[in-house]
Design a protein around this ligand. Structure first.
Ligand SMILES: Cc1cc2nc3c(=O)[nH]c(=O)nc-3n(C[C@H](O)[C@H](O)[C@H](O)COP(=O)(O)OP(=O)(O)OC[C@H]3O[C@@H](n4cnc5c(N)ncnc54)[C@H](O)[C@@H]3O)c2cc1C
Length: 274
């Protein structure tokens, strides 16, 4: 790690002033190396975060209501939301996913599907070629809302597809059934009427199936957020927040020599905010 950091710094210093995009890319890379160590430190400070809620006030939130059928559907890329299922297939095939898609998978598991983060995290750990426990378990808990100190981040898989895969290149690459789906049904293909399904070869009699989502996304997400926010208002849970901040919060705002306001904002969005 030290060698990589030192070489990156030396490389940045040698860049000509006009190489601003190149410099920004390397600085973003450097900031992620800081995050790497920051997260590993969290696990060293509290190894229990691999199996128990970082904020114990959240104990019992999801543990007792684990829906095995939902978990199996998630692992088998059959949730019905194309962006989620395509991410699972890509992960299975390549062992890698970018940050946002990892966050989306965990968010879908934790909110609309209401799955406890621990089994979900164990499954993902077996899939990631870059599995790093310190980063992984902190992220699992942050994205599931059990650190008690981070803003609730809920990623809507339909919006993620509209924003990041508007032409369906990603979902069509990893989900063969989506190759037949016309553009107008790309984001919610389960809503295709029977005649369109027939013409695209994805009707009930076909070997290629389009799954219907496991739950209604908006109502399931709304009720999940309500449950979490109810608990968050509880006096004991509020009081417990301070202990988590004392133990895990970053002692100072990190800065690399050239950190821009934009990358500072990105770092807080992506989880360096404690
Ligand atoms: C639920 C979830 C689980 C994750 N599990 C892991 C994991 O097991 N191992 C892992 O390395 N990363 C994990 N990440 C963070 C991130 O998604 C990956 O590090 C990133 O996708 C790696 O991309 P890259 O190889 O292009 O590295 P780059 O983006 O080039 O970054 C270089 C290195 O910096 C570190 N890094 C990058 N992003 C982050 C981040 N957000 N937080 C902390 N360190 C970071 C990694 O060590 C990475 O190899 C997880 C993220 C989420 C949301």
């Amino acid at each position: 790690m030290r060698e990589v950091v030192q070489m990156t710094r030396a490389y940045i210093d040698e860049l000509p002033p006009q190489a601003s995009r190149h410099r920004a890319g390397l600085q973003a890379f450097m900031s992620r190396l800081y995050w790497h160590c920051h997260f590993i430190q969290k696990l060293e400070s509290e190894p229990e975060i691999e199996w128990q809620n970082m904020h114990r006030g959240y104990d019992g939130l999801r543990e007792e209501s684990f829906n095995e059928a939902f978990f199996e559907a998630l692992k088998n890329a059959k949730t019905g939301w194309p962006m989620v299922d395509a991410s699972v297939v890509m992960l299975r095939e390549t062992g890698w996913l970018n940050f946002r898609m990892r966050a989306m998978l965990v968010s879908v598991a934790a909110y609309p599907l209401w799955l406890h983060w621990q089994p979900v995290g164990e499954w993902l750990a077996t899939q990631f070629l870059d599995y790093e426990p310190g980063i992984h378990w902190s992220q699992l808990q942050m994205q599931s809302g059990t650190t008690g100190i981070n803003t609730t981040r809920v990623y809507n898989p339909i919006k993620q597809a509209q924003d990041h895969d508007p032409q369906g290149l990603f979902v069509r690459r990893w989900l063969p059934a989506m190759r037949n789906v016309p553009d107008s049904w790309l984001f919610e293909p389960w809503k295709m009427p029977d005649n369109v399904r027939q013409s695209t070869g994805t009707d009930a009699s076909s070997p290629i199936q389009i799954c219907t989502p496991l739950v209604d996304l908006s109502s399931a997400t709304r009720s999940a957020k309500e449950r979490l926010h109810m608990l968050r208002k509880n006096d004991k849970v509020r009081a417990g927040k301070k202990a988590v901040i004392d133990k895990h919060a970053s002692r100072k705002t990190f800065s690399t020599r050239h950190t821009s306001a934009k990358s500072q904002a990105a770092s807080s969005q992506m989880g360096f905010d404690f």
